[in-house]
Design a protein around this ligand. Structure first.
Ligand code: SF4
Length: 279
């Protein structure tokens, strides 16, 4: 069920540098170690998104989305919670759950999986012979900043990237994340880099805060990046958990549509719809 709420926030036209912030968070959630960098994870679970998926929730994200469903800000900042795990340990936990649930679809969620590049690629190396489908749920900032990231991801044909765009324009991106508006260009660049590198990918777009004209404009932009991707755009809407509603009210952020959790869980039981998190 969708509904409207009228609170207004214009956001800060300037903001933090999203690339710098990802790198700072990386210093907190990743530890370099010979034989495989360690990264913080705080949960392993089975979830019903995508028709059933094993999910490893990592700590740390370089954006600060005002609608983020992750309850604990200190987990997103990597300050508290989570356990430092090697790629082999993460692989082992994922595969154990996958075997128990008889599911071969896996993802990293909870935070931003592209933070800790070496850790991610070692994890993909460990998973690649295990006949799983890996969904990389990312905000795309680090892939947009460096196209070699996308080129390296292209070496893993069992991987699909879901790039979650935070709004439909630079202005919306900044209002929703508090980051420099130019970060939105990095999200679009991530889509371009992934398409050019030949990585299976699709965009998900948070539309709860967008007006019709902005949505139309973004659809045109995505069509120019790749006409095929235009029909694969996933429409995301905010999930109105009580703590998310509190965050939105504190931020005085206007939203036009959203899902109530109880309704969402009914829909989710009936089939796959937009996942509740990305990086
Ligand atoms: S919604 Fe995703 S990108 Fe935004 S802060 Fe939360 S984890 Fe990070």
């Amino acid at each position: 069920m969708n509904f409207r709420m009228r609170l207004v926030s214009r956001g800060d036209p300037l903001g933090y540098d999203p690339v710098e912030r990802h790198k700072k968070i990386e210093e907190i959630v990743v530890r370099q170690r010979a034989g495989g960098d360690l990264k913080k994870y705080y949960r392993f679970r089975h979830d019903r998104w995508y028709g059933g998926i094993i999910t490893a929730d990592c700590a740390g994200c370089g954006l600060t989305c005002k609608f983020c469903w992750v309850r604990n800000q200190s987990i997103l900042e990597g300050r508290q919670g989570g356990e430092l795990l090697s790629p082999d340990e993460v692989t082992e936990r994922i595969l154990r759950l996958a075997q128990r649930k008889k599911i071969n679809r896996v993802r990293i969620s909870g935070g931003e999986p592209t933070i800790g590049r070496q850790h991610l690629f070692q994890l993909l190396n460990a998973l690649q012979k295990k006949r799983v489908h890996f969904i990389l749920e990312t905000n795309g900032i680090l892939i947009g900043e460096d196209k070699t990231y996308a080129q390296e991801l292209a070496l893993y044909p069992f991987l699909h990237a879901r790039v979650s765009l935070k709004g439909c324009s630079e202005e919306e991106f900044s209002r929703l994340t508090g980051a420099d508006p130019k970060g939105f260009e990095l999200q679009l660049a991530a889509l371009k880099n992934l398409v050019q590198a030949g990585v299976s990918t699709h965009p998900a777009v948070m539309l709860s805060f967008s007006r019709r004209e902005a949505i139309d404009q973004l659809y045109n932009t995505i069509f120019k990046i790749d006409p095929r991707m235009h029909s694969e755009i996933e429409r995301e809407e905010v999930i109105l958990y009580p703590h998310v509603r509190e965050k939105l009210q504190r931020a005085k952020l206007e939203y036009y549509s959203g899902h109530f959790p109880d309704q969402l869980h009914r829909e989710r039981a009936e089939g796959p719809i937009a996942p509740e998190a990305d990086g």
